[in-house]
Ligand binder design. Structure first.
Ligand code: NDP
Length: 351
């Protein structure tokens, strides 16, 4: 077991991905300092505080991405900083204010705090596949060399926020030459069990699938990655001295038709409203694109940029350099559903 004296800073510690990172760091013997927006949300923080090792080695402090200097105290004395905090939602009233400003400003504030701390050796940033592509394109196989240059405040604004935040991080390192290096993790759609009671935006897919929100099986293909593998990738990126640059972090891609089959095979068919009508054809794509204009703006642009497209991507860098092997999607899907029933996000499956 690794036992360290300098705490590892994890921003947004109560988030879906971050709380798994915190759990894995504690299990490996690290001291962890986690930032949260409010220490008053005791109910949300209780599962973090209940993690094995948390009593002795987890400290929670408040910090908001929008406040300059807020991370100076948290970063003080740390050698490793894992910056995960960023708003994650497809729908935002004011995308500049609600998504871009906290994502980009927050990244700059965290990196500036790390530089001022003088003790930080490495920052691991949670970026996203959203910073690599706005929409899957033909047969092009995405690699770490690809950058999303299509998203705007009107088109996939969450994707824009992640792209600009990652670009701001690399620009900071180029311009400020801080005494730390930067390693970036770019996960696709993160699913799986949750440490806390909140429902993550990505697991919402399963709620919608069971609730009959989808009128039919659409030609959407999801590139899933298990939240436990994403957390592992962050810890390995932190611990592997030779880790460099960006890492695409994704398991296998699953078409909606296969997803529905996996969910049904796992026993979630009866009593739920899984889509049945086959819309994964040219006519279905046309109907989905047409009706996407009736959806909220964020969902509508997501549908128009993803329906009928299959993401292709190369994960050999993360497998080779960080030694990650991804869980099969069916295992993550089953774990997500069982866990969501435990938290009451979906009704129990019928035996
Ligand atoms: P969560 O919504 O669970 O976590 C987001 C975290 O960011 C929360 O802890 C939240 O704090 C914090 N946060 C948001 N706004 C602020 C703010 N103004 N000041 C301080 N903290 C803030 O989502 P995930 O765990 O899924 O996301 C974590 C990271 O992973 C994000 O950077 C996201 O973009 C990225 N990502 C997620 C993917 C996914 O499929 N889930 C895929 C690819 C990347 P609070 O708890 O107070 O709201």
């Amino acid at each position: 077991m690794t036992v360290t004296h300098a705490p590892v800073l994890v921003t947004g510690a109560s988030g879906f991905i971050a709380s798994h990172i915190v759990g894995q760091l504690l299990a490996r013997g690290y001291r962890v300092r986690g930032t949260v927006r409010s220490l008053k949300k005791e109910k949300d923080l209780a599962p973090l505080r209940a993690l094995p090792g948390a009593d002795e080695r987890l400290e929670l402090v408040e910090a908001d991405l929008l406040t300059p200097g807020a991370y100076d105290g948290p970063a003080a004395g740390c050698e490793y900083v894992l910056h995960t905090a960023s708003p994650y939602t497809l729908e935002a009233k004011d995308p500049q204010r609600d998504l871009v400003d906290p994502a980009v400003g927050g990244t700059r504030h965290v990196l500036a705090a790390c530089k001022r701390a003088g003790t930080v050796k490495r920052v691991v940033l949670t970026s996203s596949m959203a910073a690599i592509t706005d929409e899957p394109e033909g047969d092009h196989v995405l690699t770490e060399d690809d950058w999303n240059d299509k998203s705007t405040l009107d088109r996939n604004p969450y994707y824009l926020s992640k792209t600009l935040a990652e670009r701001a991080a690399w620009a900071f390192v180029d311009e400020e030459a801080p005494p730390f290096d930067l390693v970036v993790i770019n996960p696709f759609l993160v699913i799986g069990p949750s440490v806390g009671p909140g429902l993550n935006t990505s697991n919402q897919l399963f709620v919608d699938l069971l609730a009959g929100t989808y009128p039919g099986v659409m030609s959407l293909t999801f590139a899933f990655v298990d939240v436990r593998d994403v957390a592992d990738a962050h810890v390995r990126a932190m611990e592997t001295p030779s880790a460099r640059g960006r890492y695409i972090c994704a398991g296998a891609a699953v078409p909606m038709r296969e997803l529905v089959q996996i969910v049904s095979d796992a026993g979630w068919g009866p009593g739920h409203k899984l889509p049945q009508l086959g819309m994964d054809c040219a006519a279905g794509d046309f109907a989905v694109k047409l009706s996407s204009y009736l959806q909220p703006k964020g969902v509508g642009t997501y549908l128009r940029t993803h329906v009928g497209r299959v993401p292709r991507y190369d994960t050999s860098k993360i497998e080779r350099e960080l030694g990650i092997s991804f869980r099969p999607p069916a295992e993550s899907i089953r774990a997500a559903l069982d866990d969501m029933a435990r938290w009451g996000h979906v009704s129990e499956k019928q035996a």
